[in-house]
Ligand binder design. Structure first.
Ligand code: ZN
Ligand code: ZN
Length: 498
């Protein structure tokens, strides 16, 4: 699109009538008309656009209506791409910018390739946001419907979260796998909603969004929840509580008083400064971010030790039993064994032992190729009771479900299942733990699969290797350190025999 500036107002030149119209990126300053009262704005538009920053294509309203709200000071236009910087995702890497012959501005137009999956932002595309009266939500004091009790660690973290919401100061909740981090948020969310604030829980994985949404709806039955992920139907909804994938944050602008970022260390968030940028833009200027993680990155840990980021640690699981500590076992050159269609003898024996005892077995391997090979020859011994699951597997969900119900008893997987899957009494092994894919945090997450159920609070975690690595040692130390903190801080229950 091209614009012309007249009396400090941008006028779109849709029919290309003006000789002096330009791309929005060619204006050194963008005028923002002031609110002239009274103006009867469209409440549908307000409801749709509040707290968001969208492309024209994402708005199901005629441009004339948008323009009128702009001229009345209720909508603002900002740059999409300017001087090689994308205003939506913060990308400024030249290699991730492209140019094309643009029909809208009838010239060469630069666009951002980095966030293109959310629709194309280019030099002639304004980002449109609402700056009229804020949406208000009804005050509701009877919000929380939850009768459970928090463990000591959860209670401390919950208090810290409430404080963080009230004081608008960010915090890291460092909770071991199985600590029960969701419950830690309830009081904080209630505190925010009671003050009619907006809260967003963002997580890297769609699966988690789909799990969390019904759970929170149960806990907050009278609160409207928007559930957002690629392809979801709630895209138009503006609710006091939003549960979204981290990518969806790119659509928001100064929307949330509190953003909770779950699994802040998980791919792709940790890999993506873009999503860090998105979270910062999506919160209100004085909004707070609550980070949740079992394995915070080195950078985040450094911020904590330099006191740049307050942190609360939950060192024990909800059931108050210590975390299973991984043990190391050398298994020789296992890659050679696999080319001969077998596992190293001690690995086979480990599987056979737990199989005989009727315990579900989780076997982690470094990559898909190895996985397929291993599943193929394990099937010769164990038939349909063996399955393999990896990131490109379309039947992933079904197979995991069968593992949970017990028809699959040995599940071979890549790091794709390092998080999230909880199966009672599962025994965990890693084959080739020395592989670079098994970082400290991956191994801590993998070990975190075992012993999660109070009835089966122990479980073996065996790292089979062909040469111990620093990452393996760091993972074991990490877990031991948490157990030490848990024991000495009085977070464990019934540990007299320890
Ligand atoms: Zn971008
Ligand atoms: Zn263009």
């Amino acid at each position: 699109m091209r614009f012309q500036e007249k009396n400090k107002i941008l006028i779109p030149d849709i029919k290309r009538k003006f000789d002096d119209s330009r791309k929005i990126s060619d204006f050194p300053h963008l005028p923002h008309p002031l609110i002239k009262s009274p103006y009867s704005y469209s409440s549908e538009l307000q409801q749709f656009l509040s707290g968001k920053r969208l492309l024209h294509d994402e708005l199901p309203f005629p441009f004339s209506e948008i323009q009128e709200h702009y001229e009345q000071g209720h909508i603002s236009y900002s740059y999409g791409v300017l001087n090689g910087l994308c205003y939506r995702c913060g990308n400024s890497a030249k290699s991730l910018m492209g140019t094309f012959q643009c029909a809208r501005c009838q010239g060469t137009c630069m666009y951002c390739r980095k966030c293109i999956m959310m629709g194309r932002v280019s030099e002639c595309t304004p980002l449109i946001s609402w700056c009229g009266p804020e949406l208000s939500y009804e005050r509701n004091s009877n919000l929380l419907n939850w009768k459970g009790t928090l463990s000591k660690g959860q209670q401390q973290a919950s208090d810290k979260v409430v404080q963080s919401v009230k004081e608008r100061a960010s915090v890291l909740v460092w909770a071991v796998c199985g600590a029960g981090k969701t419950e830690v948020l309830f009081d904080g969310i209630r505190a925010a909603l009671t003050e009619r604030q907006r809260v967003c829980i963002a997580t890297p994985r769609t699966d988690v969004v789909l799990e969390l949404s019904p759970r929170l709806q149960q806990v907050f039955p009278s609160t409207e929840i928007a559930t957002l992920y690629g392809g979801s139907e709630d895209r138009t909804k503006n609710a006091p509580l939003t549960i979204a994938t981290t990518h969806q944050l790119l659509r928001y602008y100064h929307a949330f008083d509190t953003i909770v970022i779950d699994e802040v260390d998980a791919f792709p968030y940790s890999m993506e400064p873009m999503l860090q940028h998105a979270a910062n833009e999506a919160r209100k200027e004085d909004g707070t971010i609550i980070y949740l993680s079992a394995t915070p990155s080195k950078e985040m840990q450094r911020d904590v030790s330099r006191k740049n980021l307050p942190c609360v640690v939950i060192p024990a699981r909800y059931h108050g039993k210590p975390l299973p500590v991984p043990t190391f076992e050398w298994c020789g050159n296992w890659r050679t064994s696999i080319t001969k269609n077998k596992l190293p003898r001690n690995v086979s024996a480990w599987i056979a032992r737990h199989y005989k005892e009727n315990k579900p077995i989780f076997l982690f391997v470094p990559n898909i190729k190895l996985l397929e090979k291993i599943v193929e020859f394990l099937k010769m011994s164990y038939g349909e009771e063996v399955e393999g699951v990896h990131s490109k597997d379309k039947e992933r969900k079904e197979k995991v479900a069968r593992f949970r119900e017990g028809t699959v008893r040995i599940l071979v997987t890549t790091t794709i299942l390092e998080r999230g899957v909880t199966v009672s009494n599962v025994q965990v092994a890693v084959l080739g733990a020395e592989d670079t894919i098994f970082t400290e945090s991956a191994l801590v997450q993998i070990a975190g699969r075992a012993g999660r159920n109070a009835k089966f609070a122990t479980g073996e975690v065996r790292l089979f290797h062909y040469g111990k690595t620093n990452e393996m040692v760091a993972a074991r130390d990490h877990i031991k350190r948490m157990n030490y903190r848990a024991k000495h801080g009085g977070f464990l229950k019934g540990d007299r025999d320890e």
